[in-house]
Design a protein around this ligand. Structure first.
Ligand code: PEP
Length: 254
């Protein structure tokens, strides 16, 4: 597939996989994806598996991501994990502001922007998630919500940092539900987000930023979604938990 930007496909394993299961999955992924060079491949295991998985991916094309991090660099923040700690395990990416964290941990755009700045401070590339709920879409609020989330979550991120930031458009109603946005809905939202980046930064920056789609991506719908001009990859939940399905998503996207 001929794309303006290199695709980036990331697997968000969420709160799944013991260390042994994670290593098993990595073994499978290495077999499935060994020759893939056309796509940046990222896996985001739970924190507890990062140490072992980081060793297992050393000789591969799989890059490591975390699912969250603190906005602070160190100190009295019980239960939190700092960017510098992730760097010890060769983590390169970090998912920020996933809708599950926005919903269950009440993460705000302001907090997410602090985390994004802390990630860049440690040379981690944030994958900043945005997306509307079904009520918001049905109420015609999609663009308003996306604008608020994009502007709020990226506040303070400089031009240079922005080109090293990934945005994930994840309509909340499509996450883990089996409902996927149509290719037209995805392209429309991605083009809107890129247009916002032009206003917030400039044309050059906006053209360089990769915008992933997330929400029930499967081998069967990956190709069509990735064929859209402003869709530059995928953030995959459920289908990233098995080597075959994640592998097929990647292969069908090339
Ligand atoms: C996600 O959690 O980021 C996600 C897109 O999940 P799923 O692929 O299961 O919808």
């Amino acid at each position: 597939m001929n794309k303006e930007r290199k695709l980036i496909i990331a697997g968000n394993w969420k709160m799944n996989k013991t260390v042994a299961e994670a290593l098993d999955l990595v073994r499978g992924l290495k077999l499935e994806l060994t020759n893939v060079k056309e796509v940046d491949l990222v896996i985001c295991p739970p924190f507890t598996a990062l140490s072992e998985v980081s060793k297992a991916v050393l000789d591969s094309n799989l890059r490591l991501g975390a699912q969250n991090m603190s906005e602070h660099n160190f100190g009295a923040y019980t239960g939190e994990i700092a960017a510098g700690m992730l760097k010890e395990f060769s983590v390169r990416y970090v998912i920020l502001g996933h809708s599950e964290r926005r919903q269950y941990q009440k993460e705000s755009d302001e907090l997410i922007s602090k985390k994004a700045q802390a990630a860049h401070g440690a040379s981690l590339k944030p994958i900043v998630c945005v997306g509307e709920t079904l009520t918001e879409r049905e109420g015609g609020q999609t663009e308003k919500v996306l604008e608020m989330q994009v502007r709020g979550s990226l506040a303070g991120v400089t031009k240079d940092q922005m080109t090293e930031t990934v945005v994930a458009y994840e309509p909340v109603w499509a996450i883990g539900t089996g409902k996927t946005a149509t290719t037209a809905q995805a392209q429309e939202a991605h083009a809107f987000i890129r247009g916002l980046l032009v206003k917030m930064y400039d044309e050059t920056v906006a053209r360089r930023v990769r915008i992933q789609y997330g929400g029930s991506v499967k081998p069967a719908n990956a190709r069509e979604l990735m064929s859209q001009p402003d869709v530059d990859g995928a953030l995959v939940g459920g289908a990233s938990l098995e080597a075959r399905s994640f592998g097929d998503i990647v292969k069908n996207s090339i």
